[in-house]
Write a protein that binds this ligand. Structure first.
Ligand code: ITT
Length: 198
């Protein structure tokens, strides 16, 4: 029987990537109202805390099990920033163009060989709001920050996130290509395996 699970995100880019990653499970992903998501205060200090906060809030409101994604960009030369503040790096409301501009300006003096960064993703699944044993998947994806954007696919920092082995940015990959190698895909793979086993 198909089970309904709430997907606790208002980020359309995440939703587009996550839906096919969970397709093999017999679940119907239900999307909460974007306004509801914007009211949730991500007050945690880690990706995992913030993912749990989002999943718990959405599970409580929808009365469904919930999956949440908390993710971000970690730049070595910036001591891991913007990190958990990636979505609102350049202020509120969240604006990818302004975030990318701020990142480029902040890194203007960082030499080419010191521009390593990684995307981080934590996915959690709560069976109900008080679930004491959430299922968790974690993934990271290594790359470098360019000096100018390239590509129009994906979302967020993808146009600046360069993959030397592919000679392309994440924004020059199709959803299928990104979903074969990304931080989110790695986290989803772990979570799907745990859901199969639970
Ligand atoms: P929800 O909380 O509604 O899910 P959000 O975008 O606010 O959406 P986060 O707090 O987890 O979610 O912030 C994630 C940010 O990290 C996202 O807005 C991007 O700026 C960045 N990010 C995460 N994964 C990314 C990816 O695959 N490509 C580009 N940027 C990414």
């Amino acid at each position: 029987m198909t089970a309904k699970v709430a997907l606790a995100t208002s980020n359309e880019g995440k939703r587009a990537e996550l839906a096919p990653l969970f397709e093999e499970l017999d679940i119907e992903l239900v999307l909460p109202d974007a306004r509801l998501m914007s009211e949730i205060e991500e007050s945690g200090l880690t990706f995992i805390e913030n993912a749990l906060i989002k999943a718990r809030a959405v599970s409580a409101i929808t009365q469904l099990p919930a999956i949440a994604d908390d993710s971000g960009l970690s730049v070595n030369a910036l001591d891991g920033k913007p990190g958990i503040h990636s979505a609102r790096y350049a202020g509120t409301p969240s604006d990818a163009l302004r975030n990318n501009e701020k990142l480029l300006a902040t890194m203007s003096d960082v030499p080419d060989r010191e521009r390593e960064a990684s995307f981080q993703c934590v996915l959690v699944y709560l069976r109900h709001p008080d679930d004491p044993v959430p299922l968790i998947g974690i993934g990271s994806w290594e790359g470098e920050i360019l000096r100018a954007p390239r590509g129009s696919q994906g979302f967020g920092y993808d146009p600046l996130f360069f993959l030397p082995s592919l000679n392309r940015t994440a924004a020059e990959l199709t959803t299928e290509e990104k979903n074969a190698i990304s931080h989110r895909a790695k986290a989803a793979k772990q979570l799907v395996a745990k859901l199969h086993g639970s």
